[in-house]
Design a binder for this molecule. Sequence first.
Ligand code: MN
Length: 347
Amino acid sequence: MIISVKVFKSLYDKTIRKTAMQFKKILNLLAQINANLISILCHHNADPDAIFSAYAMSTLLKVIMPQLKIEVAAAQGASKLSTHLINQIPLELVDMPSLEKADAILLVDTNTIHQLEEWKTLIEESNKPIIVIDHHATHPDTENLASIYIADEEASSTCEIIYDFFKESKMPISENVALALFLGIAYDTKHFALATSRTFRVVADLVKTGVNAKGALSLLSMPMDLSERIARLRAVQRTKIKKLDGYLLALSHLSTYQASAARALIYIGADVAVVAGEKNGSLRISIRANEDFFKQTKIHLGRDIAKPLGEYLDGMGGGHPTAAGVNGKGDIESVFTKCVNLIKERI
Ligand SMILES: [Mn+2]
């Protein structure tokens, strides 16, 4: 037992060191080009991992290079949750980063520049050094573009990578940075359900710095609007339950919040939820399934249900294995019948 723990620990240290050493490359590059201003960019609809890794990175760079000016921006702004969380730390996002003036561009939590929306072309055409720090699989186009590409797929989040940079440079982590990193990690690991041993070591250290774990986690669950809660309850009230080969299908209708209601129906016990609604003469349908349904039936909601349903309704449909959406024209009852038939054919 003891031996395996030792082996594991040395593997762990190696990964951390590999990523953290890269931080020196970033510092060297910034020193080489005599950087005055850098832009740190987050992907569109930036989630807490993107926003807070940008914040922590900017704080670290400012301590090491006090003369450096840093601006942080998110393509088309931050997500609703991130906007709500940003109040917890002293970070201000700029709407329009001065990409022309910046001496280097740093992308966090972003593996393709498509995720930077309207800034994509500017970045592609700029001849400035581009630095990428990410925990997703690398993308060849980004590899070609980047001067430094740090992609640590073993990391649970980009915040976990930035934590390593702090350790590598032996810089103390302030309370604000600790809270920011904690929130980013908690968000990306779905409240630690996807956390690794490495994540827990990092988080333990952040808690030691003064993060109140319980309080921080409660910040991540944003209160839901009254209208959304009423819509969800209505959807439940209107639900028709169908049993299909041992699976529970929940069929309901709402003119708004179809996706939220479909998620709620899965949460309370449906295997598949279809919530349809009509607005201004067109139909919108949200379909959700639980993981077990997908694993057992191999029915991919986007490909097998939403796509043909969209064609049937003279519209469009698509999505992921367990979450899909459709737009089209028709009546709600025939949507339900078609959905049930499509699932029946494939079960
Ligand atoms: Mn992330």
